[in-house]
Design a protein around this ligand. Structure first.
Ligand code: NAP
Ligand code: MG
Length: 502
């Protein structure tokens, strides 16, 4: 099925949001870009124009950073931690009360099925904010019983304070636009920071929708600023800004390296959530009734436009043919269509450019001698749809198995070695180290293999188990630092040691 055949129209509520004059949120006011420039936003399922948003540039970033700096020292700094908790909880409640519209906008902007948008906003929008709202009242330092400068015990006091890191620049990608914004806002606000948020140029609508809620909830002006626009202009200006204390970036490894280079000027702190090429390793004793749906969804959730996507499937030779056949069968049965249609399991890819990039990899895969088992085609008509694609008999020297495709392409490779380390070495043959999964009923194989996989997160008998409380982030070129959980909060705090000698 193709969305082109479907006549899906936004609800009147969504239509009136889309038709607005979308501006930048700076210092509590919606303002046009200084240049007056705008960008056009398209529905990737119909290729039709949805909305127009302001294209902010350096001057707008300067204004937003100044507003965030002023807010950091203003009313926001005088609030108690309970006040911050209450405000973040109110934001979560507002989002929940408007989740129907929020998920419709997310689907129109990004293409993901509405059910997926709804689920992700409920858990990583609302509940994620609630999780961090609770942390605001649990930030504490410690007292350290030392004798500095040789003073006698009891003649001095040393303690640490945990202070907000300051003004945070949050730069986010298009693959899950609303939750990418909440993943940055939750810990930053709990820590007492102020934020300038730069959404992806392709998908600014969710952040603008959140901007309305932020105003309604009553955060002091300038605590949350939103500058829509291009990465090369607005994003680069934010990353290089001398008065920004930290950049929290989610996106590609390539741009992540540019963020590091741009941060050098004032040595701002940087955390990076980058790309992945995550392995899923299936042993012959695994429960195939769990493995097949688990790895198929692990690979094709959000069309593989998901940093944790399990894009390399390693299957023991004894069950290789069965697994390949059953995964291909399930992948071919996914219903593809407009995300607003309740019948769609998969929506379109984000853009024509992205689909061409993915199809380029499919072509490279065919030429490299990998066996195309299913998919490999685009869907005719309007919308950037393509079929889930499975290549068998891939090897790690093929570009499809090595590089992050960020599309619905799964590479399957057999292993026969009983040497677990050899299997792990193959799974670890990647510049990335974000996620991974192990599938077996043997508890010792499961934990030994999980320990050997070089990734920030490994799941056993499931793929990409995520929760606001589970630390999340990448090893090697998948990133710097961790989000989620306590470590996610720490990334927005700095320690001050204070000593008094009586
Ligand atoms: P991207 O091209 O790296 O863009 C990410 C953000 O950076 C966008 O807002 C982009 O703006 C901006 N940007 C681009 N160039 C910039 C520059 N020179 N300076 C500052 N900002 C700049 O990534 P994407 O294509 O949107 O997203 C896909 C990538 O994100 C994949 O690699 C995926 O693995 C990764 N990702 C990682 C995680 C994780 O948690 N580890 C989660 C989701 C996605 P424009 O939109 O204008 O280009
Ligand atoms: Mg771009």
């Amino acid at each position: 099925m193709n969305a082109a055949a479907q006549n899906i129209a936004p609800s009147s509520e969504a239509r009136s949001f889309l038709d607005r004059d979308h501006r930048l949120l700076i210092d509590g006011k919606w303002v046009p870009a200084a240049s007056g420039e705008v960008t056009e936003i398209f529905d990737p399922a119909t290729e039709q124009k949805l909305a127009t948003a302001a294209a902010g540039g350096k001057e707008d970033i300067d204004r937003a950073v100044a507003a965030a700096r002023k807010a950091l020292r203003g009313e926001w700094s005088k609030l108690t931690s309970y006040d911050r908790t209450r405000l973040i909880l109110k934001l979560a409640d507002e989002l929940e009360a408007n989740i129907g519209l929020a998920s419709e906008i997310e689907t129109l902007d990004n293409g993901m099925p509405r059910m997926v948008a709804h689920y992700s906003i409920a858990s990583f929008g609302c509940d994620f904010l609630r999780y961090y709202a609770g942390w605001a009242t649990k930030i504490s330092g410690e007292t350290i019983p030392v004798s500095p400068q040789g003073v006698r015990n009891g003649e001095s006091l040393t303690y640490t304070r945990r202070e907000p890191i300051g003004v945070v620049g949050a730069i986010i990608p298009w693959n899950a636009p609303l939750i990418m914004a909440t993943l940055k806002l939750g810990p930053a606000l709990a820590a007492g920071c102020t934020v300038v948020l730069k959404p992806a140029e392709l998908t600014p609508l969710a952040a603008l929708f959140l901007g309305d809620l932020v105003k309604r909830v009553g955060f002091p002006d300038g605590v949350i600023n939103i500058v829509t626009g291009y990465g090369e202009t607005a994003g680069a200006a934010l990353a290089a800004h001398p008065d920004v204390d930290k950049i929290a970036f989610t996106g590609s490894t390539e741009v992540g390296k540019k963020i590091i280079a741009a941060s050098i000027g004032n040595l701002k702190r940087v955390t990076l959530e980058l790309g992945g090429k995550s392995p899923m390793v299936v042993f012959p004793d695994a429960d195939l009734d769990k493995v097949i749906p688990g790895v198929t969804r692990g690979a094709f959730f959000l069309n593989g436009q998901n940093c944790m996507a399990g894009t390399r499937l390693f299957v023991h030779g004894d069950i290789f043919d069965t697994v390949v056949e059953r995964v291909a069968q399930m992948a071919s049965q996914f219903r593809i269509g407009h995300g607003l249609s309740p019948d769609s399991d998969l929506g379109p890819l984000i853009s024509g450019e992205q689909r061409e990039r993915v199809m380029g990899y499919v072509e490279a895969g065919r030429k490299s001698g990998a066996e195309l088992v299913c998919g490999g085609d685009v869907l005719p008509g309007r919308g950037f749809f393509m079929k889930p694609t499975l290549f068998s008999k891939t090897t790690m020297d093929m570009s499809i198995a090595r590089e992050e495709i960020f599309g619905p392409v799964l590479c399957v490779q057999a292993f026969s070695d009983s040497d677990l380390q050899a299997v792990a070495n193959e799974a670890n043959r990647s510049i990335y180290g974000l996620s991974g999964s192990v599938w077996t009923r043997d508890i010792s194989v499961a934990h030994r293999m999980a320990a050997m996989i070089d990734a920030g997160q490994v799941s056993i008998n499931c793929h990409a188990a995520v929760d606001p409380a589970i630390p999340f982030g990448g090893n090697r070129q998948s990133g710097w630092g961790r989000e989620f959980g306590r470590e996610g909060l720490d990334a927005y705090l700095k320690t001050k040691a204070t000593t008094v000698i009586y």
